[in-house]
Design a protein around this ligand. Structure first.
Ligand code: UT7
Length: 328
C-alpha cells in the first residue's frame, strides 16, 4: 500500500503588483528587489477575496484533475498563516463552499512549510486508517492582508495564491509517491518571523493597531542563513534515506522565498540551477501556497514524467522546515 497524488490545482488572483508599482509606494527600486530576491511581480487578492476563496478555486481544479467530487473527500487540511478568521478554521469554511459534507477539517499552521507538513499528515492518515481514502490539502495565503505596506523590508517580498493536492491510496507500492521525508522545528527562533499581536499573548487593542503589531515582521538576514542550512540538511537526509543523490533528481522544488536562497540550497546539494523549479519572479513569496503553485505548473506543463524524482523543501516561521522526496 502506498499513497498517490490524484490531482493538483492552483489559483492566483488576477491583480498583478509589479516592482514599478511598489516604487510608488515605498522607498525601493525594481533593481534592488530583482537583484536581492528575483521577484518581478506578485498577485494580490481583491478586497472581496479571503484566503478560503483562493483555496476554493485551487481545490476545484484539483478535484477536476483527480476526476473526483467534493463528496468523495474524507479530510480537508488548509495550511495558512493568513486564515479567514482565528476560528472557525479556514478548512471548515472551504468544506462548506465545496460541499464536502463528509470531510473532517482542520487548519495546519506551519508557515511556509505548511504544505510539506500537510503532506506528512495526509500520508499518515491515509496509511494509518482504512477509513480515510481521499485527503485534500491546500496551501493558501492572502498575505497581502497581513503585510505592512509601509515597510519596504517585507512588503516587496510577498504575494497571494493557493495550491491544492488530492491524495489517495494505491495498492501497488511501486506507485507510492512519498519516498522519504524529514520535518523539523525550532521554537527558540519564533520571534524572527512572526505576527506579534492578535493572539492571547498580545490581544488586539487600539494600541496594538496603532503600533502596527498585526502585520508580519521578519528579521530577513537571520532567516536567510537559517533557511539555507535547514533546507540543505533536510534534503541531504531524505536523499540519504532513499539512497539517492542530487544527480537522481528531476526537479528541486523549494519554497519560493528568494532566488538567492534557492540557488544557495541547490549549489550545496550539487543540483544544477536549471533543475531548480522557480516561479518566484512571477508570484513572490506565497508562503504555504508556493510549493503547490510550482507542482501545478509542473503537472500542467508536463515538465515531469512518471517515475521522476522531485525533491520538495521548505522553510518558514516557527521556525519550521522540511524536505520530502516525491516520485511523480
Ligand atoms: O518565506 C519564509 C522565509 N523567508 C525568507 O526566506 C526570507 C529570507 N530573507 C531574505 O530573503 C533577505 O534577507 C531579504 C530579501 C529580506 C533582504 O535581503 P538582504 O540581502 O539580506 O538585505 P539586508 O537585509 O542586508 O538589507 C540590505 C539593505 C538595508 O539597508 P542598510 O541598512 O544596509 O542601509 C535595508 O534597509 O537593503 C535595505 N532594504 C531595501 N532597500 C531597497 C531592505 N529592503 C529594501 C527594499 N528596497 N525593499
Amino acid at each position: 500500500m502506498g499513497i498517490k497524488i490524484l490531482g493538483i490545482g492552483s489559483y492566483v488572483p488576477e491583480k498583478v503588483l509589479s516592482n514599478a508599482d511598489l516604487e510608488k509606494m515605498v522607498d525601493t527600486s525594481d533593481e534592488w528587489i530583482k537583484s536581492r530576491t528575483g521577484i518581478e511581480q506578485r498577485r494580490i487578492a481583491s478586497d472581496e477575496q479571503a484566503t478560503s476563496d483562493l483555496a476554493y478555486e485551487a481545490s476545484l481544479e484539483a478535484l477536476k484533475a483527480a476526476n473526483l467530487k467534493a463528496e468523495d473527500i474524507d479530510v480537508i487540511i488548509v495550511a495558512s498563516i493568513s486564515v479567514d478568521h482565528v476560528f472557525p478554521s479556514t478548512a471548515c469554511i472551504l468544506q462548506d463552499k465545496l460541499g464536502a459534507a463528509k470531510a473532517f477539517c482542520f487548519d495546519l499552521e506551519a508557515a511556509c512549510s505548511g504544505l510539506l507538513y500537510s503532506l506528512e499528515v495526509a500520508n499518515s492518515l491515509l496509511l494509518g486508517n482504512p477509513k480515510y481514502k481521499k485527503v485534500l490539502i491546500v496551501g493558501a495565503e492572502k498575505l497581502s492582508s497581513i503585510v505592512n505596506w509601509e515597510d519596504r523590508n517585507t512588503c516587496v517580498l510577498f504575494g497571494d495564491g493557493a495550491g491544492a493536492l488530492i491524495l489517495g491510496k494505491c495498492e501497488d507500492t511501486a506507485e507510492n509517491c512519498i519516498i522519504a521525508s524529514d520535518l523539523g522545528a525550532d521554537g527558540s527562533y519564533a520571534n524572527i518571523l512572526q505576527m506579534p499581536a492578535g493572539g492571547s499573548r498580545l490581544p488586539a487593542s487600539a494600541e496594538t493597531v496603532a503600533n502596527k503589531q498585526h502585520f508580519l515582521t521578519m528579521s530577513g538576514g537571520d532567516v536567510f542563513k537559517l533557511a539555507v542550512n535547514a533546507m540543505v540538511r533536510s534534503c541531504k537526509k531524505v536523499l540519504e534515506e532513499a539512497g539517492l543523490t542530487g544527480d537522481d533528481i528531476k526537479w528541486l522544488v523549494p519554497h519560493q522565498a528568494n532566488y538567492r536562497i534557492l540557488r544557495a540550497v541547490a549549489s550545496r546539494l550539487k543540483i544544477p540551477e536549471d533543475e531548480v523549479y522557480m516561479n518566484v519572479s512571477r508570484f513572490g513569496n506565497t508562503s504555504a501556497a508556493s510549493i503547490g503553485l510550482c507542482l501545478d505548473e509542473i503537472a500542467k506543463g508536463n515538465k515531469a514524467e512518471k517515475g521522476d524524482y522531485i525533491l520538495l523543501t521548505a522553510f518558514g516561521g516557527g521556525l519550521t522546515w522540511g524536505a520530502m522526496l516525491v516520485k511523480w
